[in-house]
Design a protein around this ligand. Structure first.
Ligand code: ATP
Ligand code: MG
Length: 233
């Protein structure tokens, strides 16, 4: 579109260009419907871990793209790890026009595995391209699928590629780092449960710690307490 400015004609992009771009950004984001309304504004603070995690999430958005490392949200079920990860990418899309994508770890592994079958429509490279290229990637539920040498190698390859390209990744996981920590928080974690290292292997865990700031969340399962009518936050 041409617009007049100080007597000259200048080219200006049509509004529909920006609308299409925004829509493409949202499609690429792949945010699950259940989480589409999750925001930093509607994340409730009920304990210190919520407060710290919310502060770190806000800073992450504010500082982007200046920070060097991504985030690793760790904590038991229903404490808001996925909520915060989604809220961050929603804000990055809305406020900073950053292309972001959400991937569930198990689904991604399943999709890659199914690409090896002869009747698959997509190749492994086609599945992995957006995972490598996107500005900020959320990899949800890391460790949810027990590791095999192949899974470990594949995830290592993904996160290494992104790390080498200086692209930030936000991970969520239910698993803590060591058995010792699991035992110390036995009111929130299943005692004697697997640690993160059991689930993803030493090499991958070490890489994660290099490329992410650890954000630990604890507290009651929000899904459970929100259902109890008598429960008042
Ligand atoms: N502090 C909070 N404020 C507002 N909503 C919350 C909060 N914590 C959790 N929720 C809501 O509770 C539900 C469960 O949260 P979420 O899925 O983020 O938990 P999670 O820690 O990722 O759990 P899981 O380990 O099972 O994946 C979501 O609908 C989320 O929006
Ligand atoms: Mg989750």
């Amino acid at each position: 579109m041409l617009a007049a400015a100080e007597g000259k004609s200048i080219a200006r992009r049509c509004d529909c260009f920006y609308e299409r771009k925004t829509q493409a950004f949202w499609e690429q984001a792949r945010i699950p419907r259940r989480y589409q309304n999750c925001s930093l504004a509607n994340f409730e603070v009920h304990n210190d871990s919520h407060k710290d995690a919310l502060k770190i999430s806000r800073q992450f958005v504010k500082n982007f793209p200046a920070q060097e490392v991504g985030l690793l949200f760790i904590g038991p079920c229903g404490v808001g790890k996925t909520h915060l990860a989604v809220a961050i990418i929603r804000e990055l899309i809305e406020k900073k026009n950053v292309p972001c994508s959400f991937f569930d770890f198990r689904e991604l592994i399943r999709d890659i595995q199914s690409s090896f079958t002869p009747d698959s429509n997509l190749s492994e490279a086609e599945i992995l391209a957006p995972v490598f290229d996107v500005g900020v990637l959320v990899l949800d539920e890391l460790g949810a699928k027990r590791t095999t040498a192949w899974v470990e190698e594949t995830v290592f390859y993904i996160i290494n590629q992104r790390y080498n390209q200086k692209k930030l990744t936000i991970f969520t996981s239910n698993y803590l780092d060591t058995e010792e920590e699991v035992d110390n928080r036995d009111s929130f974690y299943k005692k004697g449960g697997d640690s993160l290292v059991d689930r993803i292997g030493v090499r991958l865990r070490s890489r994660l710690y290099e490329m992410c700031k650890l954000v630990e969340l604890w507290g009651d399962d929000y899904r459970k307490v929100a259902k109890q009518a008598s429960y008042r936050f």
